[in-house]
Design a protein around this ligand. Structure first.
Ligand code: GLY
Ligand code: MN
Ligand code: MN
Length: 434
């Protein structure tokens, strides 16, 4: 799958956007979980986007201008360490395999970086993202500044490199879309599998295990985020992830779970009855959320802006809340007062890509909602969460529903990447009947 040209092109694009100066982009550190056990390693998304390189202890330098070049710093080959921890490329092989102009040992950073920074007019760096790197970069800069009397100049201030890369990451290439479609397919299959598997009396974590099984057996490297497997009232806790409740016959089960494939996230929510049959009240709320989602998806076109799907979903939901006597008054009054937030308190989506809440601005430079453009990928995820309350008819209590799909903006009708995860009541009930 690795496509060398894709990553080289991105580096050239960034170098062009920089104009001149130098960029420093480190990958993520390894993190201790407890004592000497580590969390599974995950590279930094910006670093990975520009390199395709997955090892820890690595840093990318890009020099723009006349003598532009890309330089990787990475771990040395080390047979002793490789016996314990596994393969590492080392600078020579990494330079060749990943197409850098130069590559050096990670251990040479403190010696070489002050030299590379000398006389550069600008520094592009993600100041504030990692304090340890901030300290290190500052010390390199101070070494350059100390040479002022020898006529050496240091970059004048720091420009956030993420601003430039965010703009690139927002528009997915066909290489990225291929991965995103695969990631979406794997997660869609996992949701269908869960619908077939679930029975009353099971624990939420048993269903979570089905997801992990489907993700890993399909080649995904990890869940894209901690799965939410929320039975009954737990679905009304938006970020529920204890996943240790008993699934009860008659309850709904909300599952928000997606996987990460070669860095790319899928993000799907489906809600279905534990016993395979929606009750009348569950059906009413489900059909409302589904209608809101359909209205929102229609708005995902290049004629619209980022907020159009949210506005469309809200319009449908608020009318439904009034019809179901969850909200009182006219639609305009409920929208104006925000009374709907008792049942719908989040927005209808976010950009999706290497990060589940992906990089990219939602407003343009003038402060208006950004226009949707072909190649952008986003989620569409309206919901309705009804906690017990005096102003709520009792048959709706503890119903929590979200329906979330991953969508690609195209020049025509948008493409729903997660179309294989069953969604209509008829499809869900038919699948669960087996
Ligand atoms: N799973 C995270 C989200 O839906 O935003
Ligand atoms: Mn989402
Ligand atoms: Mn989600």
């Amino acid at each position: 799958m690795f496509n060398l040209n894709e990553f080289k092109t991105r580096r050239h694009q960034l170098i062009k956007a920089m104009g001149d100066g130098i960029a420093i982009i480190p990958t993520s550190p390894e993190l201790i979980r407890n004592r000497d056990s580590h969390y599974p390693y995950r590279f930094d998304s910006y670093f990975y986007y520009l390199t395709g390189f997955k090892e820890p202890e690595a840093l990318l330098v890009l020099v723009a201008g006349e003598d532009s070049k890309s330089i990787l710093f990475c771990r040395d080959k080390d047979i002793e360490r490789e016996i314990w921890d596994g393969f590492r490329y080392g600078p020579d092989a990494a330079k060749h395999e990943f197409g850098f102009d130069q590559a050096y040992s990670f251990n040479a950073l403190d010696e070489l970086m002050p030299k590379l920074l000398a006389n550069q007019p600008k520094l592009f760096y993600s100041l504030g993202a990692d304090v340890a790197w901030d300290v290190r970069v500052t010390s390199w800069l101070n070494q350059v500044k100390a040479q002022a009397r020898s006529g050496v100049s240091a970059p004048d201030g720091v420009i956030d490199v993420r601003k430039l890369v965010d703009e690139m990451r927002l528009y997915k290439s066909s290489y990225e879309l291929d991965l995103m479609r695969q990631s979406a397919n794997i997660a869609s299959r996992a949701h269908a599998r869960a619908m077939q598997y679930v029975r009353g009396g099971q624990m939420e974590y048993e269903v979570e295990a089905e997801f992990l099984h489907e993700f890993y057996r399909s080649g995904a490297q990890a869940p894209a985020y901690t799965s939410i497997v929320a039975g009954g009232a737990n679905a009304c806790t938006l970020h529920y992830n204890a996943n240790n409740g008993v699934l009860k016959d008659g309850d709904l089960l909300l599952i928000d779970a997606g996987c990460e494939l070669d860095g790319y996230a899928s993000d799907i929510t489906r809600t279905f009855p534990v016993n395979g049959k929606f009750s009348a009240a569950q059906r009413d709320v489900y059909d409302l959320v589904l209608a809101a989602q359909a209205a929102a998806i229609v708005q995902v076109t290049v004629r619209n802006h980022w907020n159009s799907p949210h506005e469309a979903a809200l319009d449908v939901l608020v009318q439904g809340f009034i019809d179901m006597k969850l909200c009182q008054g006219s639609k305009d009054a409920v929208l104006e007062s925000g009374a709907y937030r008792q049942f719908y308190m989040h927005r209808t989506g976010h950009w999706l890509g290497l990060d589940v809440h992906d990089a990219g601005e939602y407003k343009d430079k003038a402060g208006d909602w950004r226009k949707l453009e072909a190649g952008m990928t986003l989620t569409v995820e309206p919901g309705c969460y009804i906690r017990p309350a005096d102003n709520v008819p009792e048959h709706f209590w503890n119903i929590g529903i979200r329906i979330e799909d991953d969508v690609l903006v195209t020049d025509g009708v948008c493409e729903v990447l997660t179309v294989d995860a069953p969604k209509s009541i008829a499809d869900i009930e038919a699948l669960m009947r087996g």
